[in-house]
Structures are given as C-alpha cells and as structure tokens.
Design a protein around this ligand. Structure first.
Ligand SMILES: *Cc1c(COP(=O)(O)O)cnc(C)c1O
Length: 394
C-alpha cells in the first residue's frame, strides 16, 4: 500500500503481524539459528532472505529502516548507532583517499571534526561554499569532488540552501548530493523527492522527539544503500541496538503532530523576539524577513522548532541570560518536548576555530533555542524574564 504521508510514520515498514502485537516486538538477540546447514549457507550467499546476526540486520531495526525510507521517499533506509555514525558511514562509502568534499558554509560541529579527520588520515580535503548561486557552486567543484554535503537550514544560522539548484549543478558532473535533514525532519522537507541522492539524520533529535535515544538514519537509492549495508555498516559496525530502534519507531509515530506544534510555538516566539529591545537579530527559516524566504517556500512546508538569535552584549551577557532561565534547560541537542537553549560559540561549535566560526556567522552573542512542546506563553515568559537581566548591571 502506498500510504499518504502522515500514515507512513505510523505504519511504514511494518509487515509481519507478530501474533497481532500492535507495537513492533524488540528482537533482543545477537544471532539467529538456521533450520539447517544448507539454509545457513544460502543466507550467507544471499540466495535466501533471512536473518543471520544482528550486526548484519535485526527485525526490529529493519522495520525502522523501512519506515525512514518510506518517510523520506527513499528506496531503502539504514540505521546507525548515532547521527555521526550515519554521516561517517556515508562519507566513508562515497570517498577515497585524495578526494574532495564540498560542504555548505556551516556544518554540525562534529561533522566538521570528521572532515578534519578525513583530511588528516586520508588526504580527503573539504571546502565550504555559500551555495547561493549555480555559478558559485560550479566554481567550487573540483575534478576530485566526490560529493556535496549540505545542511539546510544550516545549524545554527538558519541559512537555507536551494536543494533543487544544488542537485542540478552536482548532477551535471555526476556528483551525489548528501543532505543532513536533521533540522527539518522528513515531515518538513524531503530532499530525495526534489532530486538529492542521500539523506542523513541524527535521529536523536526530532525523529525520536523525546530525548532518550542517540541514533542515526540514512535513506537513499537501493544500489547505494545495499552497498552501504554490505560494506561500511557491516564491517565498521556502528549499528543501532534493537531497543533504540523500538524507541525510535515509537517516537516517529507522532512526528507530524509534534512538528506542527514545534513550528507553531516557534512562530509565536519569533514574533516576540523580533520586537524585543535586547534582541539584535532573529534567524528562523519561516520568518517573513528571512533572506531566502523564496527557497524556504519552495522546499519546506513549515519553519520547524529551531530559532537562533543574537542579543545585545557579549559572552558574559549571554551566560547571564542563560543562567536566569527556569523552564528552558541549558542543553545541547534539539527536537525534544522540552525547550532547550545552548550557546554555539562555547558549546556545539566550540571546536571550530574562532575565525572560521565567525565566517559562519557564529559570534559570542548568538544563542540557539530548540522550542519545545510546552505552552508557548510559558516559554516566552521564561525568555522574557531572563532577558530582563540585561537591564540590570552587575
Ligand atoms: C546532532 C546532529 C548531528 C549528530 O548526530 P548524533 O546523533 O549526535 O551523532 C548531525 N547533524 C546535525 C544537524 C545534528 O543536529
């Protein structure tokens, strides 16, 4: 059955009835016995379907993999132990020593760290591109560019990249486009449906939604995904545990309703922040003043739950504001029911050299807020009372 979008988050991938169990059972097993030696031989040879060993595949994890494939309009999905395990697996599969990776001007802090590691160990270089125009992209593509790695909206500045444009230019030279879709989730943005090749997720964030799992998911075309499964996933082995897959299956069921609420709450907070005297700038994809508003409208259905903003003052002021918060927790991660705030310059992006960081638009006055599912007026009240501290000296 080809279900409509919201139904896929609840039923996608589930085939067996498992004795009528409504929730997918947790197959907490490392290995699977074969009914005969011949059957074992056939499974190993790939001549017969069937489970062998949980690093290769596990029934609970498999349902989740098919669910992300359905949600992302991909042909196949794969699950990993973390978002970084998923990203590193994809980059390892796509690149070889001496290659080049072209990235957006701003990537998740640990993705940046991974790119440095790849350069150090395998001379795989990377460069950062604004990707605002086709020409800009064409100029930055090198003969050894093996993939484009795109985050959009970019963490934490909320800059948006035109995915159709990037895919068009990359495909002129047969270069695959990888998109880190963590910030939007498939409910707000589906890169594969608009021409990109591979989607990666930190499932830790919106897909889980409850802050109780670290996990990663990948979706893409059959050929690439099978290759990824039979090489990096199997032999490097950064796989997801069955219980984590079960928690993610549970979390994903409510993704559409959660994303609606996150987006609605964020809209309200953006309106308030924009007119607050202590706030210098507000960055939110669906804001009517967002510089790439036209692109946002073309490829995102709503703005999501992440807002970044700059306040009047430097690091000490930012710390004072954060310390004053009561409801909003100071924590990295995002996409949870709880509202979370963090300071990119000293937290998520602290390992990026200051100069590079500032080129990405991350200065000491920037805060990133993951708007939770609480009553938006409580979130605002908390922010407002914390911002008030800036009026007083000391
Ligand atoms: C959190 C995050 C990651 C890393 O995912 P983990 O699950 O923490 O390994 C990658 N990209 C983005 C955009 C993220 O927010």
């Amino acid at each position: 059955m080809n279900y409509r979008s919201d139904t896929k988050y609840i039923h996608g991938g589930q085939q067996d009835s498992y004795h009528g169990s409504l929730s997918v059972p947790i197959f907490q097993t490392s290995t699977f016995s074969f009914p005969s030696g011949e059957e074992g031989e056939k499974r190993f040879a790939g001549e017969k379907e069937g489970y062998i060993y949980s690093r290769l595949s596990n029934p609970t994890v498999r349902v989740l993999e098919e669910r992300i494939a359905a949600a992302e309009a991909g042909e196949r999905g794969l699950a990993f132990a973390s978002g970084m395990a998923a990203i590193s697996a994809v980059l390892m599969r796509l690149t070889k020593a001496g290659d080049h990776i072209l990235c957006t001007n701003g990537v998740y802090g640990c993705t940046y760290g991974l790119l440095q590691l790849l350069e150090e160990k395998y001379q795989i270089t990377s460069s950062f591109c604004e990707m605002k125009t086709e020409d800009q992209l064409r100029q930055m593509i090198q003969p050894n560019t093996s993939c484009l790695f795109i985050e959009t909206p970019i963490n934490p500045t909320m800059t948006v990249i035109d995915l159709r444009m990037a895919a068009k230019v990359a495909h002129e030279q047969n270069i695959p486009v990888v998109v880190d879709n963590t910030f939007s989730s498939p409910y707000l943005q589906q890169p594969l449906a608009i021409g990109c090749d591979i989607v990666v997720h930190s499932a830790t964030k919106y897909l889980c939604g409850h802050g109780d799992v670290v996990g990663g998911l990948v979706a893409g075309k059959e050929d690439f995904m099978i290759n990824l499964a039979l090489t990096v996933q199997k032999d490097v082995g950064g796989i997801m545990a069955p219980f984590d897959a079960w928690l993610l299956l549970r979390g994903m069921k409510t993704l559409p309703v959660r994303m609606d609420r996150h987006s609605k709450n964020a809209h309200k907070i953006v309106e308030k922040l924009k007119v607050h005297p202590a706030v210098k700038e507000v960055y939110y994809p669906a804001d009517k003043d967002h510089p790439e508003r036209a692109i946002v409208e073309k490829q995102m259905s709503q703005g999501g739950g992440i807002i970044s903003f700059k306040i009047e003052g430097e690091k000490t002021a930012v710390m004072r504001v954060m310390n004053q918060l009561k409801l909003i927790q100071i924590a990295v991660s995002l996409g949870d029911a709880e509202s979370l705030i963090q300071h990119p310059a000293t937290m998520t992006h602290s390992l990026i050299p200051k100069e590079e960081r500032e080129k990405m638009g991350i200065d000491d006055s920037l805060l990133r807020l993951s708007v939770g599912l609480e009553d938006w007026e409580d979130i605002w009240q908390d922010l407002q009372q914390a911002l008030q501290i800036l009026d007083s000296k000391s």
